[in-house]
Design a protein around this ligand. Sequence first.
Ligand SMILES: [Zn+2]
Ligand SMILES: [Zn+2]
Length: 241
Amino acid sequence: MKDPKYQQLNLSLNGSLFGGIYKKSKNLNHSQRGAQSSRTLLDLFEITKPSKRKRVARGKGLKYDPELTHTCREKLESMKLFSLASGVNVFWNLRLKSTAGLAYHDSIRIDLNTRLQRFYPEEPNRTLLHELAHLIANHRASGSRIQPHGIEWQRACSELGIPGEKRCHDLPLATTEVKRKLAYRCRYCGVIVPRVKKLTRESACYPCCQTHNRGNYSRRFLLEKISITEAKTLAPQYNWA
Ligand SMILES: [Zn+2]
Ligand SMILES: [Zn+2]
């Protein structure tokens, strides 16, 4: 999938948010990086260096949801996935903005965006199952690399009662229209990435990393800064400053 439809992977309807970005962890060597990416999946195109678990655990902004955790446990037990069932925990994460949900394979944790509550009950449930399918697919793959939204995940979605689930949800999660002051372009596919904050020089195009590099970071797909004037011509759909 080379076509620029990837921009539709944004979560916000106004098209002003684009999360698909990798940040290279400077202090990791190649094999460590690979191990890290197979352990932790940060979903829905908000791909940045995972926060240290300790920091997340004691950080404010996480609210444990016993009911949703129970829902997951029941589903997993009915699928005979007992080790997942006993370990899974669901949190509302107040810090998530454009990301609907996250699945952490290593800690068997699901984080949901609190803004999903506005679309209760459909969206919290759907996102919960979407993320749960990631945990299941990854668990079954037992360490081998799989596509985040590949056949294993799709199968798990069907089993959870959400066949045909999309890899991304279109939700008007962004509350305010934020003006994008910075623009980046993938040196490989040419996709335009609007940003409010500066990216590190090591940020790469998420779709290209997925499509051409099995989901791993590569400098081939670096995002390069372009001028706002150029960005306005190339991608007028965004809310440029
Ligand atoms: Zn997903
Ligand atoms: Zn690209």
